[in-house]
Design a protein around this ligand. Structure first.
Ligand SMILES: Cc1ncc(COP(=O)(O)O)c(C=O)c1O
Length: 366
């Protein structure tokens, strides 16, 4: 598949900005970036991270770490300020304003449509099926992708999420491959795996070799417990990575963030992650058992991630009740197909105990 043929022609034609740090080595006497020769702050961290200097655009140590973590070649990844930036870059590179479109399957993560709207791209929603527990309508999705052949919608990006936020369901490998085949030569399939570490399913990374139209998004914000670091990874064919690199800011990654990302993925952090995943698994199981005893809960989507979606008669009253007790849960009731729905993230053992007490009191009140 010729990736360049579906990217915006002006991006294909342009050359990336050559920053000081991308065009010359970062050692020796650095007089090429109008920086100050030393920090003003007398703190060893400033010296260690050379915070008076521009950082490397894609530091090798972090590239090596993430490539090994995700089991992909370094040439297939771009480190971004969270997956949010990856979504934004993809939309800017592949969607011509006023002409191209993205597909999403709502309910899903809200940033796909925000990025598309900012870019002036059309958002085509293939709604999930209310009749089958909000599963993706794969027949409808394939039909919408194929309609492009007749020139109706110039879909360039198909966003899929596995596990999905907020329903938590996984996409089966066979379904993903059907979508990938339908998109061949037409569009990229962006598979957002923000929550994949919480479940037993494997990343779809191994499909990259067969499907250059596949893009995978990974993040340190969820199971790596480092949301404030803002570190995401776009995993894709080298041609896609090259195009994204032309659009990303010259110095997207703060040196402090790179340092924190290396700490967040160290051997020690990996050991702590096992504990985190076990705490989430146990906390979720306990919460689900508790919810099964609550007559006011009409429907539950346990899902495969670190949250649970549930439906009740009056979502707003529960959100307010919890907020009044200092507990913040997410109201999804204004989303299409999610009337009466709230999403509960799985927190620490103490936080889950507080949540259960709060929900118990809510149940007794109604
Ligand atoms: C499905 C999904 N993708 C991406 C993100 C954003 O990830 P990041 O923090 O890496 O920008 C979220 C955040 O909630 C999410 O739910």
């Amino acid at each position: 598949m010729d990736i360049n043929s579906i990217a915006r022609p002006e991006i294909v034609a342009m050359k990336a900005y050559a920053s000081a740090r991308s065009s010359a080595a970062a050692d020796g006497i650095l007089l090429n970036a109008n920086e100050a020769p030393q920090p003003l702050v007398d703190d060893p961290k400033w010296q260690r991270l050379a915070l008076n200097r521009y950082p490397l655009p894609q530091p090798e140590a972090l590239r090596v770490r993430l490539a090994s973590l995700y089991g992909v070649a370094e040439s297939n990844l771009l480190i971004t300020r969270g997956s949010d930036e990856g979504i934004d870059l993809l939309t800017r590179v592949f969607c011509r304003p006023g002409r191209d479109a993205i597909i999403e399957c709502r309910p899903c993560f809200g940033m796909y449509r925000i990025a598309a709207t900012i870019q002036g791209a059309q958002v085509v929603n293939v709604p999930r099926l209310a009749s089958s527990g909000l599963q993706i309508d794969f027949a409808g999705l394939l039909r919408t992708i194929n309609e492009q052949a007749s020139g109706r919608a110039l879909v360039r990006l198909v966003f899929l999420t596995s596990p999905n936020n907020p329903t938590g369901d996984l996409i089966a490998r066979a379904d993903l491959e059907r979508v990938l085949k339908a998109c061949d030569g037409k569009a990229l399939v962006v598979l957002d795996e923000a929550y994949i570490e919480f479940c037993k399913a494997e990343s779809a990374g191994s499909l990259l070799a067969d499907y250059p139209q596949l893009v995978i998004l990974r993040t340190l914000s969820k199971a790596w417990a480092a949301a404030a670091v803002r570190c995401g990874t776009v995993i894709a064919d080298a041609t896609v990575i090259d195009l994204l690199q032309r659009v990303i800011a010259p110095y997207p990654l703060a040196a402090t963030a790179v340092d924190a990302a290396l700490q967040a993925t160290s051997g020690e952090a990996i050991r702590h992650q096992r504990q985190l995943l076990e705490t989430v698994r146990q906390g979720k199981q306990d919460l689900l058992e508790f919810l099964s005893t609550c007559s006011w809960v009409h429907e539950v989507w346990p899902g495969e991630a670190n949250f649970v979606l549930l439906r009740l008669a009056d979502a707003g009253s529960l959100v307010d009740w919890c907020a009044g007790r200092g507990i913040h849960i997410r109201d999804f009731s204004s989303e299409p197909l999610l009337e009466g729905c709230v999403r509960l993230s799985i927190g620490s053992t103490d936080e889950m105990a507080a949540l259960k007490t709060c929900l118990q009191a809510y149940g007794e009140r109604i």
